[in-house]
Design a protein around this ligand. Structure first.
Ligand SMILES: *[C@@H]1O[C@H](CO)[C@@H](O)[C@H](O)[C@H]1NC(C)=O
Ligand SMILES: *[C@@H]1O[C@H](CO)[C@@H](O)[C@H](O)[C@H]1NC(C)=O
Ligand SMILES: *[C@@H]1O[C@H](CO)[C@@H](O)[C@H](O)[C@H]1NC(C)=O
Ligand SMILES: *[C@@H]1O[C@H](CO)[C@@H](O)[C@H](O)[C@H]1NC(C)=O
Ligand SMILES: *[C@@H]1O[C@H](CO)[C@@H](O)[C@H](O)[C@H]1NC(C)=O
Length: 388
């Protein structure tokens, strides 16, 4: 406390001392700078024709440099509300997470904000079912945004009329069952948070398909104030059995949760996840093979931080019944599996709670679907899935 006061006092001293002699010197430099900068801008324009000319950046004032990159309309609020034009950027993960954690403190938005659903594709490389997704998104521009995380060496090459065009984010290697999987998910969330209009964040993979049309999907998120994160307290070997007592006191055994990886969270929870520095180190150090962070980390930390906001079920259907007792991978569906009856069963074969009411609309997405499933899916989508 005393130290802080001393520091403040010292700053006050410097603040008072500054205007005397120093200010005159500073003003002199400023005027010199403006003059040189005007010349610099002239040279910079000429430099387009003669690229070998030196770049007089050193002499530009900060204001002149800023004026050059600003676009019309930048003086208004739009400067802070316009989403980044491309998903690519040059921020490190640390810089990205910091930037993404910015959040308004005032209630409401003083501009017309149409909330969007951010679809975060966590993929190895290509998206074999892209065509189905294109049809799902078509006509709903302005109410969704797309982010694609792949293996770092993969270069997505979608044409400019694709919804996936330039939506690849800076990515890193992901190892199955390792913390790097959660890192990729946080990277996706952080990139999506840079768009202030993104309100709901859905994690999907290259083998996921949408089960309903865009409007139904959108309204499902919009009309619920819960997030679809599966979070259960499983007493068994693969549940509480994976808890490590070293995680205490940040995570106690009775707080330990398990769930499937594929989630939907709202903006508030997305920020809670990317800003977390309390639980992250514990999972990184003590949830190692045998324990899979992508089945526990977000589920457990959100249960501790915001239990009332969780539906405790996922909105992504998957079939574990075909897997053997020790298999870590669920069933994959291909061409021969795709029938009207199968899709209907997936869409409405279960009952669950939605806003405290029973419903059969439990899943909005399903996995895992092989590339060979694309053709029959495109064929059945208009009559069975309601789009395409
Ligand atoms: C990207 O796709 C275009 C056509 O859509 C093709 O002409 C081009 O060669 C591709 N580039 C790479 C690097 O694959
Ligand atoms: C979806 O919702 C939007 C906005 O509410 C509406 O303009 C559009 O007509 C709807 N589309 C369909 C296919 O219902
Ligand atoms: C959640 O939504 C329900 C109905 O949509 C509403 O009754 C309830 O008050 C909401 N809860 C919160 C915490 O906003
Ligand atoms: C989800 O679980 C948490 C605690 O584990 C609980 O507080 C919350 O009410 C549950 N949500 C629903 C919808 O049951
Ligand atoms: C939902 O259905 C179950 C039985 O399937 C029933 O026990 C429960 O009361 C129902 N809940 C509501 C809110 O209707």
């Amino acid at each position: 406390m005393e130290d802080a006061k001393d520091a403040a006092a010292a700053q006050g001293q410097r603040g008072r001392a500054f205007p005397t002699g120093l200010l005159r010197v500073f003003l002199g430099f400023l005027l010199l700078g403006v003059g040189l900068s005007a010349g610099g801008m002239y040279l910079a324009r000429r430099a387009v024709a003669a690229p070998t000319l030196f770049q007089p950046c050193l002499w530009k004032t900060a204001a002149a440099a800023e004026a050059e990159v600003e676009e019309p309309g930048d003086e208004g609020l739009e400067r802070w509300t316009r989403p980044p034009a491309r998903a690519s950027h040059a921020m490190t993960d640390e810089e990205l997470l910091w930037r993404a954690s910015f959040a308004p403190r005032a209630r409401g938005y003083p501009f017309r904000r149409v909330p969007k659903v951010a679809f975060m594709f966590l993929a190895h490389g290509p998206l074999p079912l892209a065509q189905l997704w294109e049809r799902f998104f078509r006509g709903n521009e302005g109410r969704y945004s797309i982010y694609l995380h792949t293996m770092p060496a993969y270069r997505a090459n979608f044409s400019s009329d694709s919804v996936f065009y330039q939506r690849q984010i800076p990515s890193k290697v992901v190892e199955w069952g390792q913390m790097s999987m959660c890192d990729a998910e946080r990277r996706l969330l952080a990139n999506a948070l840079l768009d202030i209009s993104n309100e709901w964040f859905v994690l999907v993979s290259e083998s996921c398909i949408p089960l309903f049309d865009f409007n139904s999907t959108y309204q499902y998120f919009q009309n619920s104030n819960q997030s679809f994160v599966m979070s259960i307290d499983d007493p068994g070997r693969d549940g509480r059995g994976r808890y490590n007592p070293n995680m205490s006191p940040e995570v106690e055994l009775e707080q330990w949760r398990k769930g499937w990886q594929w989630f939907e969270v709202d903006r508030e929870l997305a920020i809670a996840i990317i800003k977390d520095t309390i639980y992250y180190p514990k999972f990184k150090e003590f949830c190692r093979p045998g324990c899979y962070p992508d089945e526990h980390y977000f589920h457990t930390m959100l249960t501790i931080e915001a239990p009332h906001k969780l539906a405790n079920r996922t909105a992504t259907w998957v079939d574990w019944s075909r897997a053997g007792p020790n298999s870590a991978h669920p069933a994959m569906f291909g061409r021969g599996d795709i029938t009207k009856e199968f899709l209907k069963e997936v869409r409405e074969g279960e009952t669950c709670l939605y806003n405290n009411q029973n419903t059969t609309m439990c899943y909005l997405f399903a996995r895992k679907f092989a590339p060979s499933a694309l053709e029959p899916l495109l064929e059945l989508a208009p009559t069975v899935l309601g789009f395409g």
